[in-house]
Every structure is written in C-alpha cells, then in structure tokens.
Ligand binder design. Structure first.
Ligand code: ADP
Ligand code: MG
Length: 300
C-alpha cells in the first residue's frame, strides 16, 4: 500500500476536524479526496505530510509511519499545499535550485522537472510574472524534485481559469501514470476528469469510497444521453434491452438508464441503425457521482 490511514482523529478546540478516518490507497492509483469546504481534507493531508500530528490513529506512507519515521515519509512524498507559498522575486530556475539545495537533490534533476511540468517556455521568467497556471506548475515541479513515489496535491486547480484547469488536469494525469496521486478537491467534475477512484469526506467522516467508471455492473446504473437525428416514439425506445428508465430531454434527445454488465453504447448505435435513425451523440454520464456527492454531503 502507498497510503494507509487507520482511525485518524483530529480535534481543534471543540471542532472535530477528522473523526476516525480510515482508508488505504494502492500503488499507482489516482484517488480524488472529495468534500465540501471545511470537510477535513487539508487537515488529513497535513497529517500525511507530517506537517501536523493526529490526536489518535495511525498513518503510513510507503510503509513508513508518519509519527515514528517522518523523514522517510517526507522522502516518499511530493506535496503541493493548498496555498502554495512561492518567492515571486525569484526566477523559476533559481527557485527550483533553492529547493534542490534544501532537499539535497542533484541539480541535473531541475531540467527534468522543468520539462516534465511543461515549464520550459516560461523557465527564464520570474515567478511573479507567471500566470496562476504556470505558478502551479512551479509548485508541481518542486514537489517532483526528489522524485517521490507519492504525490499529495491539495486543491491543485482551485483558482485557475478553464484553460489552465484543463492543462493542469492533463499534467496531473500524465504524472500519475507512474506515481500514486492523492488529490483533494471540492469539484466532482475534477474527480471524474482525473481519478480512478473517489473517497468522499464530509464533516470529518468518510462517507463514500468507490472506483469510477471502469467496470460496468448490473448493480450500477449506466446513464447514457443520446441524440438521434429524427423523432422516435417512446414505445420504440422502450424496446432497448437492459433499459430500466428513460426520459425525453427535448426534441430528439433522450436520457436512458440501463442496468447491464456491458457498455450499452454500441447497442444504442445498432438500435438506431435498425430503426433507420442515426445517433448525433451518445454520451455516458457519470451522473451517479453528482447525485452521490449531494446525497452524502448535504443535510436533510
Ligand atoms: P477542507 O480542507 O476540507 O476545506 P480543513 O481540513 O481545512 O477542511 O478544515 C476542517 C475543519 O477544521 C474546518 O472546520 C476548519 O475550520 C477547522 N480547522 C482547520 N484548521 C484549523 C486550525 N488550525 N484551528 C482551528 N480549526 C481549524
Ligand atoms: Mg482545504
């Protein structure tokens, strides 16, 4: 296991920020830690990165205990804090050199992380001259300097514009190909865009933990949005196999809910063809996650 959290609790005064939190993350997973503001995400990440201590429970990173072996834990982890402090007056390369010195990393690694995080075109600038997106790349480059196995990223895309958001998500996905990534966010689309798995936290408690979109199972609902090029009668739609419900969104656009062990999209293409129609779009919706997040994190 890359990360093992067992019964971690943390109390600030009267506030129970974490309440007996447990989960484990396998090597190579990209896991989203999803929850509303104040749920306890940053608190748990600070415990994993040895910045603060838990009141009770234990946590291991790469098999090292955060309390007993903090130095080995720090070597195993690259951390991008929520409000990443950067020295705006330093040049990108200067800043990375400074950090390479602090962490006793070979200077030759600097060019590698610049390349890896797409900083090459901006690497001659001062950090203060960079956009927020490029500043986050500097933060990621710093976190990668000592080539850690595990990356802990606290809200890595908060405050970015839509283009930067897409770029940083792509970058994280790429980096995640050969690292374990644990990233927090309050945006469920973020989890859908980047992660293999989601752990949902609310008010200091884990309320859900599941894999995303990898397998189809007849226990899970598969929601597919489809647009045909012509009008089709409800009675024809209801002929689709494994269909459990359907809704006409508007005109020729339908939301279809299936329970099936296989991906139903090819069957929809075939169905359209058999009925003399064409599909203008067939989209698998991860609607479950949005509903789930609302259900699990709002009070009745
Ligand atoms: P998240 O990152 O999910 O937004 P946090 O872990 O930052 O949540 O905070 C969890 C709860 O703990 C919040 O209610 C927050 O106000 C509280 N909290 C966090 N840090 C402190 C602190 N240093 N002192 C007191 N309360 C804190
Ligand atoms: Mg936070």
């Amino acid at each position: 296991m890359s990360i093992e959290v067992k019964n971690i609790s943390k109390i600030y005064g009267e506030q129970k920020a974490l309440d007996a939190v447990s989960f484990s993350i396998k090597k190579g997973e990209i896991v989203g830690f999803l929850g509303p503001n104040g749920a306890g995400k940053s608190t748990l990440m600070k415990i994993l990165t040895t910045y603060i201590e838990a009141d009770s429970g234990s946590a291991l990173v790469n098999g090292f205990d955060v309390n007993a072996q903090p130095q080995q834990v720090e070597k195993s982890i690259g951390y991008l804090p929520e409000h990443n402090p950067l020295y705006l007056d330093l040049y990108v390369k200067e800043y990375l050199e400074f950090n390479a010195d602090v962490y006793k990393v070979n200077k030759s690694r600097i060019d590698e992380v610049i390349e890896l995080t797409g900083l090459t075109p901006e690497s001659k600038k001062k950090i203060g001259q960079l956009s927020k997106g490029y500043r986050q790349r500097v933060g990621l480059a710093t976190a990668l300097l000592h080539n850690p196995d595990v990356l802990i990223l606290d809200e890595p895309t908060t405050g970015l514009d839509p283009n930067q958001l897409v770029e940083i998500r792509e970058l994280i996905k790429n980096i995640g190909k050969d690292k374990t990534v644990f990233l927090s966010t309050h945006i469920m689309q973020e989890v859908e865009a980047i992660c293999d798995r989601v752990i949902i936290i609310n008010k200091g408690k884990i309320v859900d933990d599941r894999l995303l979109n990898q397998t189809f199972s007849s226990e899970n609902e598969q929601v597919i949005e489809v647009e045909f090029d012509f009008k089709i009668e409800e009675q024809f739609i209801s002929n689709l196999k494994n269909l459990v419900s359907f809704k006409n969104i508007h005109d020729n656009q339908w939301e279809l809910v299936f329970k099936a062990d296989e991906d139903m999209r090819p069957a929809i293409f075939d169905f359209a063809q058999e009925n003399g129609l064409r599909t203008l779009s067939v989209q698998l919706k991860n609607k479950d996650l949005e509903t789930l997040f609302r259900e699990k994190t709002t009070q009745k």
